[in-house]
Structures are given as structure tokens and as C-alpha cells.
Design a protein around this ligand. Structure first.
Ligand code: NAD
Ligand code: UD2
Length: 317
């Protein structure tokens, strides 16, 4: 039996793969390397990397015929909201059609569990906080719409076909290996990259869009991996959706303060106009997943420390 991780060469996927390998499981990663990188993956005789796209049905058929998968962790996606707005059709093929194809193959070959990476983007900008899984949703972008539609297919596959499935709505994930290269990359990866460069003597700034009072629920990637493993193993997750965050709301201004405590020095901060479509506040209610024994192990400060160490060691070599 092998475990499939789609998008396993990406930021979150590669952390999951690391953990699965620690458990001495046989892992197959499928990734088209559109944003993922081979160097994100560890060397291991228990790991097979296959370059391919989840939009290719023949490829997926052959894959599922060649292996018996116990679990499918489906993380492959066009993860950039910005790109989904620019290219909705291409994004839909990956983020929606790809999910359907994987569900179909998982059903056909009777995998034990299918875990899907959804997103807080499904909630949109409805004002009620903290976000609970049973609240109305209002996805605002092609990315959010595709995540929501996929999520529905994922959870309904349990009721319709008895395929054991779970969808996890990740809030703002950060950690080692997150790619800071686009202005739409995760804000923590951008601030980390800028600070590391600043400490090396580069003239850079930290740019805040708006007044910095906007809030997010920043969750460290190792805690997300923990949630993925709970989703795989706990039968109470079948056919259900769970938020994955910390339940703590942090403003960008507070984030910068914490960053400064860790690094000693940060680049000059510039305030730029508020970004169109930006959500003002976001925070998860995590009581549903807490009831299964999940609780985040990393405070923001601890997670940032580990992330910063990685940025210093890896980006400035
Ligand atoms: P990422 O871009 O690092 O990872 C996505 C991976 O999918 C990449 O390795 C990419 O090469 C691969 N991929 C893209 N299209 C593919 C295709 N057609 N076939 C095969 N592989 C393909 O992003 P991430 O942050 O690690 O995101 C992982 C998952 O978590 C995604 O589904 C994303 O939507 C979701 N998510 C992430 C966050 C976050 O804060 N990072 C928040 C909510 C949800
Ligand atoms: C995140 C996800 C997105 C989607 C969405 C759902 C990432 C990268 N994006 O978007 O995929 O799930 O949540 O709500 O995880 N900012 C700055 N300066 C910068 C960069 C960002 O001020 O250099 C601001 C940005 O305008 C926003 C906040 O920081 O107000 C967080 O930005 P983000 O892109 O990290 O995350 P978010 O929540 O907008």
C-alpha cells in the first residue's frame, strides 16, 4: 500500500511528505512542478516522485492502476488567488476538474481515505467572526468558487459512494519552504524574505497594503500537517469539513512587532494603498477540529522563529 500526495513538491505538501516518511510509509508524489520544486522533497527510498498533471485523466488512470493507495492527500492546486482571477479557465481545470478526476479514481480503486485541501477563501468577506464551518459562505474569486465546489463533491462522495472523505479549510499557512517570489505570496514569506535580505545589507522595505490593522489567522505548516493526519485517521471526519487555523486573530502590525522581537531589526515599513478585494478580518473557530484532539502546537512566535531560521539559511546562500 502506498500513500498518494498530489502537490507533494509544494510548500505544504512537502512538509506532509516529510512526516509520512518519518512514519516509514511508502509515499508517491504527483506534481507537475508548476510551482512545486524537486528540492523541497527529501531523498528517500520510500518516496517515488512522478511528474504529471492531475488534469490528465489517462495519466491518473494508469497511476491508480499501478499502485494500491490507502490514502489520497489531494493538495495539488493553482494556489494563487491572483492567478485564478487572471486565468479562470486554466485554474478551473486544475482546481475543480482535477479534484473530480481524483475522486473518480479513488472511488474506482476503493482507496481508504481521501483528504482534500480546501481554503478559508470559501468564506469570502461575510462579516461574522470567527468563521465556523456551518456558516454561510461567499467565495469571491474563481479560486474560492472552485475550492467550494470541489469541497462539496468531496464531502458528498461519502454520502453518495461511501468514499471516506474529509475537506480541510486551511487559513493562512506559513513556514519553511513557502515561496516569497510573487507580490501575492503569503505575507509572512514576503516579510521574512525582506528581513533576511535587509540583514544582509540590501535596501528593501516591508510594504503594508492599507493600515496594517487587517487580521488573519496564521497557522504554522507543521500544525496543518497534524490536522491532515487527524483527518486521515479519525472516522469522525468522514464526509465532514473542518477549519484548520489557530483560533487567534493577528493584525499585520502585531505580526511585524513579533517579527522584530525575533530578528532584532526589520526593514523600513511603508504603508501603501489598501489592496482591492482584501478581506479586513479573518479568524477561524477551530472548536470542531479541537473536539477530535487537534490543538495547534506552535505559537506565532515559535513558528516565526523556525521559519526565519530557514529563510536565513536557504534563501541567502
Ligand atoms: P504550492 O503552490 O506550494 O503547492 C501546490 C502544488 O501543486 C505545487 O507543488 C504545484 O506544482 C502543484 N500543482 C499545481 N497544479 C498541478 C497540476 N495540474 N498537477 C499536479 N500538480 C500540480 O501551494 P501550497 O501553499 O503548498 O498549497 C497546497 C494546497 O493548500 C493547495 O490546494 C492550496 O490551495 C491549499 N491552501 C493553501 C493555503 C496557504 O496558506 N498556503 C491556504 C488555503 C489553502
Ligand atoms: C489568503 C491566501 C489565499 C486565500 C485567502 C482566503 C495566501 C498566500 N493566500 O489570502 O490563497 O486562501 O487567504 O481568504 O495564503 N500584505 C501586505 N504586504 C505584502 C503582502 C500582503 O500588506 O507584502 C497583506 C495583504 O494585503 C493582506 C494580508 O497581508 O491584507 C495577508 O495577505 P496574504 O496574501 O498573505 O493572504 P490573504 O489572506 O490575503
Amino acid at each position: 500500500m502506498a500513500t498518494l500526495v498530489t502537490g507533494g513538491a509544494g510548500f505544504i505538501g512537502s512538509h506532509l511528505v516529510e512526516e509520512l516518511l518519518k512514519e516509514e510509509r511508502e509515499v508517491v508524489v504527483v506534481d507537475d512542478l508548476s510551482t512545486g520544486k524537486l528540492e523541497n522533497l527529501p531523498e528517500s527510498e520510500n518516496l517515488t516522485f512522478i511528474k504529471g498533471s492531475i488534469t490528465d485523466r489517462e495519466f491518473l488512470k494508469n497511476l491508480f492502476n499501478s499502485y494500491r493507495f490507502d490514502t489520497v492527500f489531494h493538495l495539488a492546486a493553482v494556489a494563487s488567488v491572483f492567478k485564478s482571477v487572471e486565468k479562470p479557465i486554466e485554474t478551473h481545470r486544475v482546481n475543480f476538474d482535477g479534484t473530480l478526476y481524483l475522486l473518480e479514481e479513488s472511488k474506482r480503486t476503493k482507496v481508504n481515505k481521501f483528504v482534500f485541501a480546501s481554503s478559508a477563501a470559501v468564506y469570502g468577506d461575510l462579516p461574522e467572526l470567527p468563521k465556523r464551518e456551518d456558516m454561510p459562505v461567499k467565495p469571491l474569486t474563481p479560486y474560492g468558487v472552485d475550492k467550494y465546489a470541489s469541497e462539496r463533491y468531496v464531502v458528498n462522495s461519502f454520502n453518495l459512494y461511501e468514499l471516506r472523505t474529509t475537506a480541510l479549510r486551511f487559513f493562512n499557512v506559513y513556514g519553511e519552504k513557502q515561496d516569497p517570489s510573487s507580490p501575492y505570496s503569503g505575507v509572512i514569506s514576503i516579510f521574512m524574505d525582506r528581513t533576511a535580505r535587509y540583514l544582509r545589507g540590501e535596501e528593501v522595505t516591508i510594504d503594508i497594503y492599507g493600515d496594517g490593522k487587517q487580521t488573519r489567522d496564521f497557522v504554522y505548516v507543521k500544525d496543518v500537517v497534524k490536522a491532515l493526519l487527524i483527518a486521515e485517521r479519525d472516522s469522525r471526519t468522514e464526509g465532514e469539513v473542518f477549519n484548520v487555523g489557530t483560533g487567534r486573530e493577528t493584525s499585520l502590525l502585531a505580526l511585524i512587532e513579533t517579527l522584530k522581537e525575533i530578528t532584532g531589526k526589520i526593514p523600513p515599513v511603508r504603508f501603501l494603498p489598501h489592496r482591492e478585494g482584501d478581506i479586513k478580518r479573518s479568524v477561524a473557530d477551530i472548536s470542531k477540529i479541537r473536539a477530535l484532539g487537534y490543538s495547534p502546537s506552535f505559537s506565532l512566535k515559535d513558528g516565526l522563529k523556525r521559519t526565519f531560521r530557514w529563510f536565513i539559511e536557504n534563501l541567502l546562500r
